[in-house]
Design a protein around this ligand. Structure first.
Ligand SMILES: [Zn+2]
Length: 165
């Protein structure tokens, strides 16, 4: 058995979602290599960070990434395997990249209770505490609905410029 710890720079960007591991981001690896009958069992942990935007309010976010992986690298000539030992080496990139990309959140948030954007103004609600989360906007929505129906019947009365069309 052999253990190794080292850091590498990610070549190209990993991931296509709202957050991804950026090009040239640093990745720390702790790897354990075990010789087994069919090949080399590789297990370990990768740590890096993903950057992108919050899925609710679009602010920049940075997420720590910690993934564990384990895979058998088979000796060539045996049964077909996803990974093979090649020239006495194991190429970890595909394995670590796939594990990392799978661990990235689909809906990253800057904080668990991020209230998102105001549906009317597009401003971040977190920076505008008076507005509050969407649930408490209900009375205002009702008021807006009234305004809209008033405008339909009495077009000249509304002086507000809330019309968005
Ligand atoms: Zn947010």
């Amino acid at each position: 058995m052999r253990e190794a710890s080292f850091g590498v720079d990610v070549g190209e960007k990993w991931g296509e979602g709202l957050v991804a591991v950026a090009e040239k981001e640093r990745l720390e690896l702790d790897v354990r290599l075990e010789s087994v009958h069919e090949g080399i069992l590789v297990s370990g942990e990768a740590t890096t960070r993903a950057t992108g935007i919050c899925g609710r309010c679009l602010i920049d976010v940075t997420e720590p990434v910690e993934v564990e992986f384990q895979e058998l690298f088979a000796y060539p000539g045996g049964e077909a395997a996803d990974f093979e030992v090649q020239d006495d080496h194991v190429d970890l990139e595909t394995l670590v990249r796939d594990a990392t990309v799978l661990s990235l959140p689909f809906q990253p948030v800057c904080r668990p209770d991020c209230p998102g954007l105001d549906p009317e103004t597009g401003e971040r609600l977190a920076e505008n505490p008076g507005a509050g989360p969407r649930e408490v906007l209900d009375p205002r929505w009702a008021a807006l609905a009234e305004l809209a129906s008033d405008r339909d019947t009495e077009p000249g009365e509304s002086g507000q410029s809330t019309q968005t069309s």
